[in-house]
Ligand binder design. Structure first.
Ligand code: SAM
Length: 281
């Protein structure tokens, strides 16, 4: 009897030409395909002439479905998991299923392909030696800004997925958190007809999106340059003294701005340093 396997199969994120021959071959060969939205995936399957039965596996039934898939595998079946687009499990269902299948002792085999985040990163011109993928940010502005505050401290590139109805609000929140000048890249409709990559300062990108409603349509990846932190040693004891003295006379924002002006250090780093004095008051 051949070994029962679970294949995690990536599908295109727009351009059907990105379906790999191996993905087609595996989807034809398995006994059943677990799909996030079977109606959506039926179109992809018929395009490639794949007749394998589809079963639903989405956020709301994944735990039960995992159990039933493990049972199918115990009876000798091989299964493939696909999502609506791109790589399953990347902001998509599949985690519980993979965990359950591995725990049951079966092998899980990747069939790699498109992933919107990696595709966006690869053309962004941002450092890619280290990066952080956040997935989707919270829908409500307050919670979103809070999370952005945390992310904005990262020294490496970071990025999120964003939907068309939130892209403007999200960029406005980024402006509030990062300021006007921070460098960002937004990649829209990757591999599709209206693929667009906009790069520049937050205020520049925001203006381009705000002034052209076409730029608010479609699917987005938003990437943010890491925070180029001053090494704390650059805020020398003399500078610390200057900052501390000014804090006796001025609000923290003003004091940080004056010291930044006099020393060439970054206002944000000085502001953060000033906060530690305040905390110690
Ligand atoms: N698993 C998918 C992957 O590998 O990229 C991501 C699924 S997630 C539910 C969908 C989000 O991915 C969209 O809201 C958008 O932010 C991003 N996305 C998917 N396709 C895209 C594309 N062609 N261009 C830009 N972003 C895309």
């Amino acid at each position: 009897m051949t070994e029962s396997l679970l294949y995690i199969v990536s599908t295109p994120i727009g351009n059907l030409g990105d379906m790999t021959p191996r993905a087609v071959e595996v989807l034809e060969r398995v006994d059943v395909i677990a799909a996030e939205d079977t109606r959506h995936s039926k179109r992809l399957m018929s395009h490639f002439g794949i007749n394998t039965p589809l079963i639903p596996c989405h956020d709301h039934n994944e735990r039960q479905q995992a159990e039933s898939i493990v049972n199918r595998m115990r009876n000798g079946a091989s299964v493939a998991l696909i999502s609506d687009a791109g790589t399953p499990l990347i902001s998509d269902p599949g985690f519980y299923l993979v965990r359950a299948v591995r725990e049951a002792g079966f092998r899980v085999v990747p069939v790699p392909g498109a992933c919107a985040f990696v595709a966006a990163l690869s053309v962004s011109g941002l450092p890619t030696d280290r990066f952080f993928f956040e997935g989707f940010l919270p829908a409500k502005s307050g919670a979103r800004r809070k999370r952005m505050e945390v992310l904005s401290a990262f020294e490496h590139t970071w990025g999120v997925y964003e939907s068309p109805h939130r892209i403007l609000d999200s960029l406005e929140d980024l402006q509030a958190v990062l300021g006007d000048e921070h460098y960002i890249v937004i990649a829209r409709e990757i591999t599709k007809t209206f693929e667009t990559v906009l790069a520049g300062s937050v205020s520049d990108v925001l203006e381009r999106v705000r002034s052209d409603s076409n730029q608010q349509r479609g699917e987005f990846v938003v990437l943010v340059e890491g925070n180029k932190k001053e090494k704390s040693s650059e805020i020398t004891p003399e500078i610390q003294k200057m900052l501390q003295r000014l804090l006796e006379e001025l609000p923290i924002k003003k004091a940080a701005a004056v010291v930044a002006d006099l020393t060439g250090l970054r206002k944000k780093a000085l502001y953060e340093h000033g906060l530690t004095f305040k905390d110690n008051d």
